[in-house]
Design a protein around this ligand. Structure first.
Ligand SMILES: Nc1nc2c(ncn2[C@@H]2O[C@@H]3COP(=O)(O)O[C@H]4[C@@H](O)[C@H](n5cnc6c(=O)[nH]c(N)nc65)O[C@@H]4COP(=O)(O)O[C@H]3[C@H]2O)c(=O)[nH]1
Length: 787
């Protein structure tokens, strides 16, 4: 059959009864309407024609053939109906379909329009009018798309140079919207929206065009892109890296500059956290983590200590949160990871500093206290005894002072090693600072006697280890001994601090017993300890209550004339009466009270000097004041002396500071500077107890001294002990050659005086001339005889 021509209004297709297919030309689509005439058995072909939709012929209606030509009237009637002009009699179902179509078009968010082969707009919806900003009257009037486009172009809808239309659509618009139209292009409207324009050609000519406002979509897309970029740069710049796990908690993604090229991290892929084998997680910590994951909760800073194949430890911290799809389905975890190895090392270092002695690497006081507490709490169960040993090196200070700190430090390191070797691995060797070491030894016998023997054996071993000669860095050998104080304890044990006090106290007993010995803490001695503590409290109070006094002991010349005095402190105790410095100076030094005490003495002596000014006999006296090492080492010591002088008005030339040898051996440069600054103002310096310590010619030459004092120990035996006599002679000769004055202390007899005089001594101090006494005694002795 021939193909119907364009322009026909209705095509009536009568299918032969044996025809089971629709002719091919029906699919080409055309403007005419189709009226099918077919047998009942062929009714499905009408349905098929209907389904061809807008691309094919438009099925108008169909009529079933009846016997003879009974169906012809109906056929004609239907032809008439199809030929009826638009707006004419429309069948009810068609009217409904049309209305529904309009509603559907109207409710679309897209704009839609359709043109006929001549380019006239035949179908449109409100959205299209709105997007194109065109009046409906114009569009409905049958204007062509080219005309509408021209109108828009003139209005500037596409921009002056059509720049609002993208590269795909611009040539088409510039051509005046004449074919061919691109399938897709985008253009921006003047109010800033972006429209996506899609065109689909219709088979019979014309096209359907849709307009979608994709502004929001593009905004979200751009935002997403920005967010992606942010994430990417975060990953690139951050020391953290990003990870993801699937629902089975296997690592599926590890990203970020910090993770790139890190084979050890990339090795995680496909494995779960449990399979990484963290060394640090305790069972409890792991259980807690697993429960958290099971509850799909986030986790923060989960720290993992991992061992890599090279045996290196590294620490990683992970934080994560669950990933859930839109439907609420759990799909895994994601989060960030960070290498915290450096931080962990720093923390370990800090911990070491907090609990270990930096020089020897031994536990410090804090750690020892902790271990001691643990030992004590285990004693009830074990029934064992334990021992705490306080070890102090004899004469360590002298080594430190004479040979320098490096040698002292090296010795302490060696001592630490020897102590460790002398006890069992489970015992603790701690350093309390200086040359004080404390050993905690556990597992001693249940029976007190045997425990004591065990403890004694440990102490002997310790002492033997420390007595072996040391080879110093300068190649010289050094011999040392130690004093050990020990306290034994079992359950119930005293408090840890109390045990340390006991061992410390016992160590002092060992020192007092002549060093190089062991002493067990004797509870009987506890009283002494308490007395010491009480004395400290009383001295503190005494200082505040101004219970201190200054006595003065005269210093005389060869003819017995008083040329000066030494100020010696006394304590007017409210109960015990006058207490000598031998009972409290050492305590004051140990507790730091010496600083306040020393200040007071300086001020009192200066005040006395000022009072004596202008008084006959007293006016020219030089007063010596003892200065303890700790006092002298105060950074502002010189300023304090100046302050005492200024406040009292005393003349610096009449003040002489007595220093001890041990003080001068240390910190020489600083010492000299301090002494020189005071000496420049007239203050004199005397070296006390000369000959008892490490007397050295070199520092005598270097230090700005005026005077040395021969210790009374040499003076005492100067007649009976040839050695002492030789020392005294040497000191006098030395002092003479260095142009230093000499004062001999402790002169009690005229024979001593005679000896000293013979060998050139010109100044003397001792009971022979007067005991230390209140200032008034000196004042009386020097009072001019009444005329
Ligand atoms: N056997 C005997 N002893 C004599 C004789 N002549 C004097 N003495 C004593 O020898 C000590 C001399 O003082 P030192 O060597 O500076 O030794 C002083 C000094 O090191 C210290 N000291 C005293 N007062 C102070 C002070 O104000 N500050 C400081 N830091 N230490 C002081 O206490 C030590 C003892 O002082 P003191 O008990 O007053 O003892 C005094 C004095 O009484 C004598 O002929 N025979």
């Amino acid at each position: 059959m021939a193909t119907p021509r364009q322009g026909w209004d209705v095509v009536v297709l009568c299918l032969a009864p044996d025809e089971h297919e629709l002719p091919q030309w029906l699919r080409t689509g055309a403007a005419w309407r189709l009226l099918l005439c077919l047998d009942e058995a062929q009714e499905h072909l009408a349905a098929r024609a209907l389904r061809m939709g807008p691309a094919g012929a438009c099925l108008g209606d169909y009529v079933l053939r009846r016997k003879g030509h009974d169906h012809v009237p109906e056929l004609l009637e239907r032809i008439a109906a199809l030929l009826a002009p638009a707006g004419g009699a429309v069948r009810p179902h068609e009217a409904r379909q049309l209305a529904e179509l309009r509603t559907a078009l109207g409710s679309m968010s897209q704009g839609i329009l359709q043109t006929d082969p001549e380019g006239r707009v035949t179908v449109y919806n409100q959205q299209a009018l709105e997007f194109l900003d065109l009046p409906e009257a114009l569009v409905a009037s049958g204007a062509t798309l080219a005309e509408l486009t021209e109108l828009q172009r003139r209005r500037g809808d596409f921009g002056e140079l059509c720049e609002l239309v993208d590269g795909r659509g611009r040539p088409y618009i510039l051509r005046g919207a004449r074919d061919p139209s691109p399938d897709l292009y985008r253009r921006r409207t003047r109010d800033g929206r972006t429209l996506e324009v899609r065109t689909r050609l219709l088979p019979g000519g014309g096209f359907v065009r849709t307009f979608s406002d994709v502004s929001e979509y593009l905004r979200v897309q751009a935002e997403q892109q920005r967010s992606e970029e942010r994430f990417r740069s975060l990953c690139a710049l951050s020391s953290d890296w990003y990870w993801e796990q699937d629902a089975q908690l296997r690592f599926t993604d590890i990203r970020g500059t910090a993770a790139q090229g890190d084979a050890r991290l990339q090795d995680w892929l496909g494995r779960t956290l449990a399979e990484l084998g963290a060394l640090n997680l305790t069972r409890a910590a792991w259980t807690e983590h697993v429960q958290r994951i099971a509850a799909r909760q986030p986790f923060r800073e989960l720290e993992l200590k991992l061992l890599d194949p090279q045996g290196q430890v590294r620490w990683i911290a992970l934080s994560g949160e669950p990933m859930v799809e839109d439907g609420g389905r759990f799909v895994g975890y994601r989060g960030v990871g960070r290498n915290i190895t450096d931080r962990k090392h720093a923390e370990e270092q800090i911990e070491r500093l907090a609990f270990y002695d930096a020089l020897t690497g031994l536990p410090n006081r804090r750690l020892l206290l902790d271990r001691l507490q643990r030992t004590c709490s285990g004693l009830e169960r074990s029934g064992h005894h334990a021992a705490l040993l306080f070890v102090d090196l004899d004469h360590f200070k002298e080594l430190n002072d004479t040979r320098g700190h490096e040698h002292g430090d090296a010795l302490l390191v060696e001592v630490a090693q020897r102590l460790r070797g002398a006890v069992r691995a489970g015992d603790t060797v701690a350093r309390f600072g200086g040359d004080e070491f404390v050993l905690l030894v556990g597992g001693l016998d249940h029976a007190p006697d045997q425990a004591r023997r065990d403890g004694d054996e440990v102490a002997r071993k310790v002492m033997a280890a420390l007595t072996r000669p040391y080879l110093l860095q300068d190649g010289q050998h050094y011999h040392s001994t130690s004093s050990v104080g020990m306290t034994l304890f079992a359950h119930p044990a005293p408090a840890a601090e109390e045990l340390i006090r006991q061992a410390d106290f016992a160590m002092y007993q060992a020192k007092a017993a002549g060093r190089n010995s062991v002493r067990f803490f004797d509870p009987g001695l506890l009283e002494q300890m308490r007395a010491r503590a009480q004395l400290e409290g009383e001295l503190r109070r005494g200082l505040v209550q101004q219970e201190l006094l200054l006595y003065y002991q005269p210093v005389v010349d060869g003819g017995g004339a008083i040329i000066g005095a030494e100020a010696l402190v006394r304590w007017q105790h409210p109960v015990r009466g006058v207490v000598g410095p031998g009972e409290f100076i050492e305590l004051a030094e140990r507790t730091g009270l010496i600083l306040a005490l020393g200040d007071w003495v300086l001020q009192a002596a200066c005040t006395r000097l000022a009072r004596w000014a202008g008084r006959p006999g007293l006016d020219a006296l030089v007063v010596s004041v003892n200065v303890s090492a700790r006092q002298f080492r105060q950074p502002d010591f010189a300023a304090r002396v100046r302050q005492a002088l200024r406040a009292s008005g005393a003349r610096p030339r009449q003040l002489r500071l007595e220093l001890t040898e041990s003080l001068l051996l240390n910190e020489t440069e600083e010492t000299i500077a301090k002494m020189e600054s005071l000496r420049a103002e007239g203050v004199g310096f005397s070296l006390d107890d000369f000959g008892t310590g490490y007397s050295s010619l070199s520092y005598l030459k270097r230090l700005p001294l005026d005077q040395i004092k021969i210790d009374r120990a040499f003076v005492r035996d100067v007649l009976g002990e040839p050695n002492d006599a030789a020392i005294v002679r040497t000191i006098l000769a030395l002092a003479h050659s260095l142009d230093l004055q000499v004062v001999a202390e402790g002169v009690e007899t005229t024979s001593q005086l005679e000896f000293l005089r013979q060998h050139g001594c010109r100044a003397f101090q001792g009971y022979l001339f007067g005991r230390p006494a209140p200032a008034e005694a000196l004042e009386q002795a020097l009072q001019p005889a009444p005329a």
